[in-house]
Design a protein around this ligand. Structure first.
Ligand code: CP
Length: 341
């Protein structure tokens, strides 16, 4: 049966740890130019209702490196939601492609696509979450400090239901994996109680500490990583942008002064794109503490892992069974994938 990658909540801590382990192996294989072509002659449809630099590039390049092909489709290129209902588009795409990657304006459309698809669907961001980014970020933290459990992550910025897909998935993955999460948001852009309840339930199982505050300095005081995201988005109207900037600026900006309130080893993360001079200063973005470009590069390896795990798992496992020796990584990938069965 096909399995989708849509919501971090659908996965156990063990499954998420396995995806992180797989990301590490495909990264090593990619760096050695020895990534096996586990998706040879496979195709995925890549629907993007919104612009994307990292997500689009990483999925498309990952497909090429795995021996397959990614078809980039914007709403104007296909009939999605206008001349054809999502269910029909989904049935047609899944009859020709081996997977569907979708960035949609509304989470319900991602669910609708998955419901009618015969092939795995991977969420490339909607209004509720960004699980591909979350996997990359958890891997990036693991790579930098060599552990996951007990890491202290401070998020300073928006955690509200309307616009904080990245923050909220970071909270989901952190609370599942035992990462301590310190959240600083202005009161009017704070995550709602119902969501926090779910996060606290995850945390109870993993042992994560979840702290919410309105004070950025308090949130970062023990941080191994400080993370922020944009406060505004390109399609917001002028009044909303003004209102948001008044709520966040200057208190929630990540600048050198705030970085100094954190331990000296603390690293700065951002999913990008960043509005330099708004939620983060140039000085921090370009500092030694900033790992934003390592993080962006890791999107490629996280997407490779997702494609192998959700679309190429059968191919990879049969390659292992056949004892395919063209890449030393086939067996290692197969061993990890067996844990996801
Ligand atoms: N972080 C992220 O999803 O970037 P893009 O919008 O460029 O894909």
């Amino acid at each position: 049966m096909k399995k989708d990658y849509i919501d971090i909540q659908d996965f156990s801590a063990e499954e998420l740890e396995t995806l992180i382990e797989l990301t590490g192996v495909v990264k090593r294989a990619s760096k050695a130019r020895a990534l096996p072509d586990l998706l040879y002659k496979r195709s995925i449809a890549m629907i993007f209702e919104e612009p994307s630099t990292r997500t689009r590039t990483s999925f498309e390049v990952a497909m090429t490196l795995l021996g397959g092909h990614g078809l980039y489709m914007r709403p104007g290129d296909i009939h999605l939601g206008r001349r054809e209902i999502i269910a029909d588009t989904s049935r047609v795409l899944s009859s020709m492609c081996d997977g569907i990657v979708i960035r949609a304006l509304h989470h319900k459309d991602i669910l609708e696509m998955a419901k009618h698809s015969a092939v795995p669907v991977i969420n490339a961001m909607g209004d509720m979450n960004h699980p591909a980014q979350a996997l990359c970020d958890a891997f990036t933290m693991f790579e930098k400090v060599g552990k996951i459990k007990g890491v202290n992550l401070a998020f300073v910025g928006d955690s509200s239901k309307e616009m904080a897909a990245v923050c909220r998935d970071l909270m989901r993955i952190s609370s599942k994996l035992g990462i301590n999460f310190y959240l600083a948001s202005p009161r009017e852009y704070q995550a709602e109680e119902e969501f926090l309840k779910q996060i606290r339930m995850n945390a109870k199982l993993s042992g994560s500490k979840i702290v919410t505050t309105e004070e950025p300095r308090e949130a970062v005081s023990q941080a191994d990583f400080i993370y922020t995201d944009e406060w505004t988005w390109y399609d917001l109207d002028e009044d909303e942008v003004k209102k948001r900037l008044e709520a966040f600026m200057p208190k929630y900006q990540i600048n050198s002064k705030l970085m100094k309130a954190a331990p000296a080893h603390c690293k700065f993360m951002h999913c990008l794109p960043a509005m330099r001079g708004t939620e983060v200063t140039d000085e921090v973005m370009d500092s030694e503490q900033s790992i934003v470009f390592d993080e962006a590069e890791n999107r490629l390896y996280a997407e490779e892992a997702l494609l192998v795990a959700f679309i190429g798992k059968g191919v990879a496992l049969s390659a292992v069974e056949r004892g395919r020796k063209e890449s030393e990584y086939v067996e290692e990938i197969g061993r990890i994938l067996k844990k996801l069965l």
